[in-house]
Design a protein around this ligand. Structure first.
Ligand SMILES: [Zn+2]
Length: 208
């Protein structure tokens, strides 16, 4: 299937950004929670419109931590769950377990010339990831190239620290994800120069 994705660069104007942020599944409270707990964005999965069984198995296969766009919890209507299906806002200890199992891997900086956006993520093997980003039409592009990467013994934490430094450039973008056939948010994208992203990853890798 061709990548149709709404290749629209959401957020290219202030008005559009506001409009899309209103549609976001991640509430401001969820975003604060994610930031406060040091959750790397590549471990947060947009499960909107997917059957529960499907997202649970896909998330454990891809070692993802949190899902949103899911059935709200009964206690308080939260919409952020672990891959086991527990409400993480009611039960933050579930997240501590996932963080303890943060593994060695590669933190990478990918760049799309078409979108002129940077993606910061982490994975076991970055070479496989470049192919899957393009197969998915990530953020509405199929020209992602991994331009820089660094090995880390706690890849999730390193990714989080890089994303936290780049936060002012963060620009979530909606697209059609080919692998699940659903419209979702690309949360790991930043409108900043490749040089800045590379320098940030290098700086954080050195601080270890
Ligand atoms: Zn809850």
């Amino acid at each position: 299937m061709a990548v149709t994705a709404n290749g629209r660069r959401t957020g290219s104007t202030r008005a559009r950004k506001r409009y899309f942020l209103n549609m976001a599944e991640l509430s401001d409270e969820d975003i604060s929670f994610i930031n406060a707990h040091g959750v790397p964005l590549s471990r947060v999965f947009d499960a909107e419109s997917l059957p529960t069984k499907f997202w649970k198995s896909l998330m454990s296969e891809r070692r993802l931590w949190l899902a949103y766009g899911v059935t709200p919890c009964e206690a308080a209507g939260h919409q952020l769950r672990t891959r086991k299906g527990h409400c993480v806002r009611c039960n933050p200890a579930a997240l501590a377990f996932l963080k303890r199992h943060d593994l060695e891997g590669e933190v990478y900086i990918a760049y799309s010339k078409k979108l002129r956006l940077v993606k910061v993520g982490s994975t076991e093997f970055y070479l496989d990831r470049e192919a899957s980003l393009n197969a998915d039409g990530y953020a509405g592009a199929a020209d992602w190239e991994i331009r820089h990467w660094a090995r880390s013994n706690r890849a999730g934490r390193t990714e989080y620290l890089v994303q936290a430094e780049l936060r002012q450039h963060h620009i979530p973008t909606q697209y059609f994800r080919e692998s699940t056939g659903s419209f979702v948010w690309a949360n790991e994208v930043f409108r900043c120069s490749l040089e800045l992203a590379k320098a940030t990853l290098e700086k954080i890798s050195r601080c270890k």
